[in-house]
Design a protein around this ligand. Structure first.
Ligand code: CA
Ligand code: CA
Ligand code: CA
Length: 278
């Protein structure tokens, strides 16, 4: 009987140790409190309620993404982020050639090689595409040399994944975050998080094997103006994120050429097949 008790006690200790180490791992990722995406037409307009905010401090995370592809200036005089948020500003500036949704696809991204965004002069005028670097600690990392209030900011990364994977992305924003991946919307939150590295939602997303395009659009009203994003450690260890070494539009498309060429080659095959059928 004594033996069994000792054995039970040892097992209890072992289990307790296992559980505590599991908890540590979970603590590094945080609580995943947004699942079941992508968003559908029905809940596309959802504004996340304050009650669900995690207010998690991710200040110690070292994988915040610093290099992005995007515009060399913002959409200005947006009338406040609540007014501009529902408007497809990409469609507005490209005569519907590129939309917010299509910009988060390889097709849309490739079109930015040749198409500048031409907004009205009051809204910033013509904007070109470039690579920029942000400081995740900077509370105004979206300002980019222009107006500090009432603007919308566009930022893109390409994620090269070795396989289909479920991943967790952690955004921080001030004010209104809208995030699309591969043509689908995964996050829509008009509430600022409360700190440049404070996360209110850890969002479960699906990445596909090969090329993934992520668009992080963020609307600013007044006060701080930041956007930030990182993934869980397993994702960062597995994938390669671009821009990597690129410093401008040309070098960005050079470095992602091996990724987008696969798509282009597939398209060429389809085109020839279509021609043969006709
Ligand atoms: Ca501001
Ligand atoms: Ca918050
Ligand atoms: Ca703000």
């Amino acid at each position: 009987m004594k033996k069994i008790t000792n054995f039970t006690f040892i097992m209890f200790i072992a289990l307790a140790l296992m559980l505590s180490s599991t908890n540590l791992v979970i603590a590094q990722i945080g609580v995943v409190n947004e699942t079941g995406g992508p968003l559908t037409e029905e809940n596309m307009g959802l504004t996340r309620p304050d009650a669900d905010q995690l207010n998690e401090d991710h200040g110690a995370v070292e994988t915040w993404i610093t290099k992005w592809y995007g515009l060399d200036g913002n959409y200005e005089n947006n009338g406040g982020f609540n007014a501009s948020g529902p408007i497809d500003l990409m469609a507005l500036g490209t005569n519907d050639q590129i939309t917010d949704v299509s910009l988060s696809t390889v097709d849309g991204l490739l079109m930015t090689q040749d198409i500048d965004v031409e907004w009205p002069a009051d809204n910033g005028g013509t904007r070109g595409w470039t690579v920029f670097e942000i400081n995740p600690d900077e509370g105004n990392n979206m300002v980019r040399g222009g107006a500090a209030d009432n603007f919308d900011h566009y930022a893109i990364i390409v994620i090269d994944s070795p396989e289909d994977m479920t991943s967790v992305m952690s955004p921080a924003q001030d004010d209104y975050a809208q995030i699309w991946i591969n043509g689908e919307k995964w996050h829509n939150n008009s509430r600022w998080t409360g700190g440049a590295k404070v996360v209110d939602y850890n969002v479960e997303v699906e990445l596909q094997k090969g090329t993934n395009v992520l668009l992080f659009r963020c609307g600013e009203g007044t006060g701080s103006a930041y956007f930030n994003l990182h993934f869980d450690d397993a994702t960062h260890n597995a994938v390669t994120i671009y821009p990597k070494d690129a410093t401008d539009k040309a070098s960005f498309f050079d470095e992602i050429a091996p990724l987008t060429a696969v798509e282009a080659a597939g398209k060429l095959t389809t085109t020839w097949a279509d021609i043969k059928r006709k």
